[in-house]
Design a protein around this ligand. Structure first.
Ligand SMILES: [Mn+2]
Length: 232
């Protein structure tokens, strides 16, 4: 069953804990990731780490995508091995006291090339603008437009192939929809995601996702959205 759109303080507390668990998990991934690791290795590590911290489970099957695998928004982890020069997208969530978290970052393993940097920067700025646009009384379609217009203006409008975000509660995808055709209006203490992405087939993908409580300033996650380069 989906939860109410507007969350109680108690529900928000559970969601915040689910976010903290994922933040710690992401840091552990960045600390331990190495060349030769497979997408499946990292997904398995994430599941163990999330459970170890007291989560009751994952919000959904973890997405770990290397290089052009990142061009599929719902990539399923494979036995592909990590190499320098790849972008890595990880989309994951934890369940704590029945409430879900949802988080995506893309990082570079080894020095990124010009194209990777260009695409990352567009998604980074789009997501930042989207988060700033989340306010009580704003239509979800307006928030979607903020993210989408920025990406369109930079020539990748046709590569942003999904909606900007969604509500999160006891289910990973709940109302409201942060989409072009969504008339829903944001209210205080709704919890939504802002997750623009650019997907270039056979080449690369970048997505950055944070959860936001409407009426509170900034994202719930304390993981920065600036590009992280792991060089080891
Ligand atoms: Mn999401």
């Amino acid at each position: 069953m989906t939860s109410e759109l507007v969350k109680t303080e108690k529900q928000i507390k559970s969601i915040k804990r689910a976010v903290e668990i994922i933040d710690a998990t992401y840091e552990a991934v960045l600390d331990s990731i190495k060349a030769g690791d497979t997408e499946k290795d990292i997904a398995n590590f994430i599941e163990e780490f999330v459970l170890m911290q007291g989560a009751s489970g994952l919000s959904f099957d973890t997405i770990v995508a290397f290089s052009d695998g990142g061009a599929e928004p719902h990539h399923v982890p494979t036995d592909r091995k990590l190499e320098r020069g790849m972008l890595v997208t990880i989309d994951m969530g934890a369940v704590f006291e029945d409430y879900c978290s949802d988080f995506t970052r893309t990082f570079a393993f080894g020095e990124p090339n010009a194209k990777q940097l260009e695409v990352y920067d567009i998604v980074y700025r789009s997501q930042k603008l989207g988060i700033a646009a989340v306010k009580c009384g704003v239509k979800c379609s307006e928030v979607d437009a903020v993210c989408r217009d920025y990406i369109e203006k930079h020539g990748y409008g046709d590569k942003f192939i999904h909606t900007t975000g969604h509500g999160v509660g006891t289910q990973i995808h709940e109302a409201p929809r942060v989409a072009k055709n969504s008339d829903e209006v944001l209210e205080k203490n709704m919890v939504i995601t802002i997750e623009p992405g650019i997907y270039i087939q056979n080449e690369l993908g970048v997505r950055i996702e944070d959860m936001v409580i409407v009426g509170k300033h900034g994202p719930l996650s304390r993981i920065p959205t600036e590009l992280i380069v792991i060089d080891r």
